[in-house]
Design a protein around this ligand. Structure first.
Ligand code: FAD
Length: 473
């Protein structure tokens, strides 16, 4: 309903992005109603979600800061200062992420973060409805149709302005397709994932799990691996990663092809799975007492990249977060990008609350170029993580990258740093990263060691090809 104040903004989906956008809009004086298909996790326990924990980086923290939640999340987030690479021979190498130990990405529990955001949305005045699954849109007047889990009936919700935050399988997107073609393309990854667990080195009675690092340590919890790192077991065509949880455990994720050998299609018996793990992840096996049971009991998650040409239906409906641009998880940026959406949209809405059509058009114009860029970088990072993190060329290029970054601060800035530790637009990080990668490859070609590289030439090329980086205020 363009040119009219959106008295009520309806949000479909109270996951991470839906709960944050509801909070930010309610804090800016909008009346917000949220409909979520699941039951309230604060009363019924958090179930489901796309991964148990996830990495929060600067873009995500920025959204939490604006919502006033950073101080609540900080004590329950575990800093990861680098990648700990586990070689096939059991060797360990730590590759720092930032310029020093103060720069880290943070492992957070999805359920805790989601519940914290729901509390904030409610405190800001948003009205939350749980057990309400969007089924479609009434073609005659655009009302939303929800299946009510309480009585099994279909309820109509007339609304002028809807935000679809209902994830990669968005029901709102499906319903919008009936009205106008959004130009959708979904590119599935030929690999899927499975979550396993490394328990803490201390037992806690059910319901008494410590929630902060300090509380866990005070209660005798110890981590079975270095806690302040994201662990990776790169094995060429596949890999495991592990992220720490505040109470001392790790969530392990195996990424493996769907077909071929080894793959989810061929690992079907306990003996095959045991042999596979003992051969490829020998140092992790003793730390995962239940991995065989977990492998067969836990679901296999699918992955893919979603591209849409149009994210909105004039001023009536807009998709954001995974519903508009789901990406692969290999840069740890899906939620971070979704939080950036929420911040951008809240800013645009607050500046022009009467013209949702113009707000939605501008939102897509600003965001799509950036989410396309992070989608591309996430695909590239998969190849890097599973295949390249332990190869010699890659390590030399990383060393040269660090050297040039130190010689040209503010001008030669590693792409990973721009994506993770700054809010430089993803598209800018992608383009500068492309120029820097070409430069590193050119300088390192045929060289084995850093002292064989002509640094005077490197300095000249950096000054010729890169302008100073402008950081967002
Ligand atoms: P979702 O989190 O999917 O939430 C959608 C919500 O909508 C849910 O609550 C759902 O119940 C609700 N819903 C769905 N359908 C309906 C309906 N019909 N009616 C009403 N409600 C509905 N990102 C990072 O930034 N860092 C990471 O480290 C990271 N790791 C990841 C690891 C894995 C294995 C995966 C798969 C993803 C990872 N991500 C990570 C990406 C991140 O999980 C997503 O980008 C993020 O969850 C998107 O949030 P969202 O709110 O858009 O969607």
């Amino acid at each position: 309903m363009p040119d009219q104040f959106p008295h009520t903004v309806t949000v479909v989906g109270a996951g991470l992005v839906g709960a944050l956008v509801a909070t930010l809009l309610a804090q800016r004086g909008f009346r917000v109603e949220v409909f979520e298909r699941r039951h309230d996790p604060r009363h019924n326990g958090f179930r489901g979600g796309r991964s148990i924990n996830l990495a929060l980086a600067e873009r995500g923290w920025h959204g939490l800061r604006l919502a006033g939640l950073d101080a609540r999340m900080q004590p329950i987030a575990v800093p990861m200062r680098g990648r700990m690479v586990h070689g096939l021979d059991g060797s360990l190498q730590l590759h720092g992420y930032g310029r020093d130990d103060s720069e880290a990405i943070w492992s957070v529990n999805r359920g805790t973060l989601n519940m914290t955001l729901l509390d904030a949305a409610e405190a800001a005045g948003a009205i939350l409805h749980f057990g309400q699954r969007l089924e479609g849109i009434d073609g005659s007047d655009g009302a939303l149709l929800f299946h009510d889990d309480g009585d099994g009936r279909l309820r109509r919700h007339p609304t002028g302005c809807v935000l679809g935050c209902d994830g990669v399988g968005s029901a709102l997107r499906l319903a919008m397709r009936e009205i106008a073609d959004p130009g959708e393309r979904f590119v599935p990854l030929e690999h899927s994932y499975k979550e396993l667990a490394i328990p803490a080195l201390a037992e806690f009675p059910p319901g008494q799990m410590p929630r902060t690092l300090q509380a866990a340590a005070a209660n005798g919890a110890r981590f079975a691996l270095e806690p302040n790192a994201l662990h990776i077991w790169p094995r060429g065509g596949y890999m495991c990663i592990a992220l720490p949880n505040a109470e001392g455990s790790f969530t392990v994720t195996l990424f493996l092809p769907n077909e071929g050998t080894p793959s989810f299609a061929t690992l079907i018996g306990r003996d095959e799975v045991r042999r596979f793990f003992e051969r490829d992840f020998a140092d992790a096996v003793p730390l995962m007492p239940d991995y065989l049971d977990d492998f067969f009991a836990n679901p296999t998650g699918t992955l893919g990249t979603l591209y849409l040409e149009r994210w909105h239906l004039d001023g009536r409906m807009l998709l954001l977060g995974d519903a508009a641009h789901a990406i692969l998880p290999f840069h740890g940026q899906g939620m971070n990008a979704g939080f950036e959406d929420a911040v951008e949209l809240a800013g645009l809405f607050a500046a022009a609350p009467r013209d949702t059509g113009a707000v939605f058009t501008e939102f897509q114009r600003r965001r799509k170029v950036n989410t396309d860029a992070i989608a591309a970088m996430a695909i590239e990072n998969y190849v890097e993580m599973r295949d390249r993190v332990d190869d010699a060329d890659f390590l030399l290029m990383r060393e040269l990258e660090r050297t040039l970054a130190a010689r040209h601060p503010g001008r030669f800035v590693p792409r990973y740093w721009m994506v993770t530790f700054s809010r430089v637009p993803y598209a800018v990080a992608y383009e500068r990263g492309r120029i820097q990668y070409a430069l590193l490859a050119e300088l390192a070609a045929g060289r084995q060691r850093l002292d064989e590289i002509d640094l005077a030439l490197a300095d000249r090329l950096v000054l010729e090809r890169l302008t100073p980086l402008i950081l967002p205020a």
